[in-house]
Design a protein around this ligand. Sequence first.
Ligand SMILES: [Zn+2]
Length: 305
Amino acid sequence: MALFLAYDPGYTLNFSEHVFPVRKYELIAAELIKRGVVGERDFLKPDPATDEQLLLAHTPEFLERLRRYAGTNPMAALHELEAPCYPETLVAKRFMTGGSILVTEKAIEAKGCGVNIGGGFHHAEADRGGGFCFLNDIVISIRVAQKKGFIRRALVIDTDVHQGNGTASIVLDDTTIRLLDIHQRDNYPTKVPAELNIGLEDGCGDREYIEGLKAGIEKVIGEHGPFDLIHYVAGADPWKDDKLGGLKLSMDGFRARDRLLIVTAKKLSVPLIVTLAGGYAQRTADTVNIHAQMVEEMIAVYGKK
Ligand SMILES: [Zn+2]
């Protein structure tokens, strides 16, 4: 068993004034080092994803449009992506996609766990972005692994407070990738059918959330398993003080969620991949802590590589 972490300073997004905490990636990496959980050298440095890899989930027209935003008018991307698309932003997104690809391959090879301190951009569809998401690193990383023959079927468990509409739409007709999505029902975005959508009511707390997720996991695996990989989209925005979410998870609730995913992957002996997705806590330190304690939980079970 082993855990692989990917992070690169190139992940930092330059959205300037934005609700997205653009420095969260470097803050999480620094927090993990400060806590003595990892050393600087424990982070694997990814290569940016190639066009060939991006095309496994996106259309050439969409990639061309992203390049056009970056090359001519970054602010014109706001109406589609709800974030500006500077040339550096696009590079950062490619790096993070590369991180998801890297930890997926490493974790499969070692039958362990991989955490990308980035990624989880689940609102990106095949031919358009949205909700700060440009490139769907979740689907891309799974399809790279499938193409190389490392895995056949994957289960995405998306726990961000917002539904992963991009992932759902891309894999709608792809029976090799199934999606279990637990989210706040009355929130962004317009929901897209998935293998199992669990829409929670406003104000839902730890107990209901964990019980719903547990039952959902059992159902989707029982009905649609077996899977060769679980990709856990570990959004921090079900947090009780989140600016863009209306659920009420506590820190203990997040820890219970992490443990549930770890126990599930271990029981099935399948590699577990984690990407971060959203998190808009009133205090960025809370978003950082939610992700840092997730890595602590992973290390407690899987150890370091
Ligand atoms: Zn979200």
